[in-house]
Design a protein around this ligand. Structure first.
Ligand SMILES: Nc1ncnc2c1ncn2[C@@H]1O[C@H](COP(=O)(O)OP(=O)(O)O)[C@@H](O)[C@H]1O
Ligand SMILES: [Mg+2]
Length: 469
């Protein structure tokens, strides 16, 4: 018999509301399609759908109870509240508050949140029961949902936290109350809503407002606004600041990150001791994320050297840098799948990784570095200039060919040298045929763009079509 996660008595206390009948729930769900038997279904009223219309479906799938804020003839126990989203937040806060023995790590940053969170999930799971946020459950419903599912006996919990506007992280961190707060890095993501990088840094520093007493901040020592972040952490009551980066005085100092074939070899110094390990990702930016993860693990009381060993077991999350060799007539080409999302900072990192992999392979063959880039969205009034900038990054990294998808990436195409210009299209789909005709054995192809550009469709086409060799 699965131990109940929430009983009706727990919920009545956490939500100051009355249950229509006693029940015991073993899980929490906000999506009636994904309800598991025994789940507590929270009927959220979203922009497109109102969960109240799916309460009956949830019970049909074996839900134990439902939280609702509307009248209805529901075929099972319910708890009636004023607002179900507010109730989910209260449930998340209660789930966090009662997990007294759990070390909670909050991860934010303009890029690398999900990757660093997944790394932490892998390295901590080797040392104790670990609960992590799924996918990109990092917003106003994702954070409380994750914490409402937190087992009371978990040793570690890792919560990704995102934001698009000032004030959002402050609300999330007050629910999560992290013992360790990580900022991977800060860059011009969502610039359209902030105007300046400094404003984004300030909004990221909100994560410290929920830091538990004498909590730990994990900060990027190389960042131009490191001082601002450190001051904000200490002002918020942080008892400890752990730094990572190339800086000489970083607690976790990156000595070197070398791309070898389809992995990155990392050399670092931690507490004056030199260590080396290998990551299944390509690029120095993943080495930085791995040091942030190790710093956070140490801040959460995990054994650091066991954590380093556990890095060997890492896998690459979908669309975030997975490298594969695709067979084709006359040999194979390398595909770097960066199709999940893009902003100027991650685009630069991915182009540098493409160049590094191509350089390694060019020792053995004549392969070219091919960039297949889609628009980067939400950049505001400087968006055209930021896309044209990408052409400089491509030139600096000696990228051979550029396929540009979307009206904004056309700016990079226009600014690129003629011999680099392969094709520009309105959509990702429209680039597929020309790209397949272009690729030769030994080439290295990196695909990246904002989520809405559907660059993943190009990755799928490359994986399915060309490999019919
Ligand atoms: N530290 C970093 N610096 C620059 N780019 C990064 C970094 N970490 C990850 N990226 C890039 O950002 C993309 C998204 O990574 P992800 O971990 O999903 O970030 P997030 O969850 O913050 O959106 C990756 O595919 C990679 O290209
Ligand atoms: Mg994410």
């Amino acid at each position: 018999m699965t131990k109940p996660l929430w009983t009706s008595a727990d919920l009545e206390k956490a939500l100051s509301a009355k249950a229509s009948a006693p029940f015991a729930a073993t899980g929490v769900s906000i999506d009636s399609r994904a309800v598991a038997p025994g789940d507590l279904f929270v009927a959220l009223a979203g922009p497109a759908h109102d969960g109240h219309a799916f309460v009956a479906d949830a019970f049909a799938k074996g839900a134990a109870a439902a939280i609702v804020h509307a009248d209805g003839d529901f075929p099972g126990p319910t708890i009636r509240v004023a607002d179900t989203l507010a109730a989910l937040s209260a449930l998340g806060a209660a789930g966090r508050a009662r997990a007294k023995k759990t070390a909670v790590i909050g991860v934010t940053g303009s890029v690398g949140k999900t990757g660093t969170k997944e790394m932490l999930g892998t390295i901590l799971a080797a040392q104790g029961a670990t609960h992590i946020s799924l996918g990109s459950h990092n917003n106003h419903w994702g954070v409380p949902l994750t914490l409402s599912r937190l087992p009371q006996d978990a040793r570690f919990a890792v919560q990704e936290m995102g934001m698009n506007h000032a004030g959002e992280l402050a609300a999330l961190t007050r629910i999560a109350r992290p013992d360790v707060a990580v900022i991977t890095t800060v860059g011009p993501a969502h610039l359209e809503y902030f105007g300046t990088l400094e404003a984004i840094v300030e909004a990221k520093c909100e994560i410290f407002e929920g830091l538990s007493e004498k909590g730990t901040a994990v900060l990027n020592a190389d960042h131009p606004f490191y001082g601002t972040m450190e001051t904000a952490a200490i002002r918020a009551g942080a008892g400890n600041v752990i730094t990572f980066g190339k800086a000489a005085d970083a607690d976790l100092r990156l000595i070197e990150a070398r791309v070898i074939a389809m992995r990155t070899e990392v050399e670092a110094a931690i507490g004056g001791q030199e260590i080396s390990y290998s990551l299944p990702f390509v690029g120095g930016h993943w080495a930085m994320n791995s040091l942030a993860a190790l710093g956070a693990a140490a801040g959460a009381g995990a054994d650091l050297f066991q954590a380093v060993e556990a890095l060997e077991a890492l896998t690459v999350p979908e669309g975030r840098g997975a490298v594969s060799e695709i067979p084709m007539d006359g040999g194979e080409f390398v595909l770097i799948d960066e199709s999940y999302n893009a902003n100027p900072q991650s685009m630069t990192a991915a182009i540098e990784a493409l160049a590094a992999v191509a350089r390694v392979r060019q020792i053995y063959n004549t392969g070219r570095a091919i960039a297949v880039l889609g628009d980067m969205r939400e950049l505001g009034r400087t968006e055209k200039a930021l896309h044209a900038e990408i052409a400089k990054t491509l030139k600096t990294n000696e990228i051979d060919r550029l396929f540009a998808c979307g009206p904004l990436m056309a700016e990079a195409f226009a600014a690129a040298p003629i011999k680099m210009q392969a094709a520009k299209t309105e959509t990702s789909d429209a680039a597929i045929a020309a790209l397949i005709a272009e690729i030769r054995p030994g080439d290295v192809v990196m695909v990246k763009g904002s989520h809405g550009m559907r660059m993943d469709r190009i990755v799928a086409a490359l994986k399915s079509t060309v490999s019919k060799a």
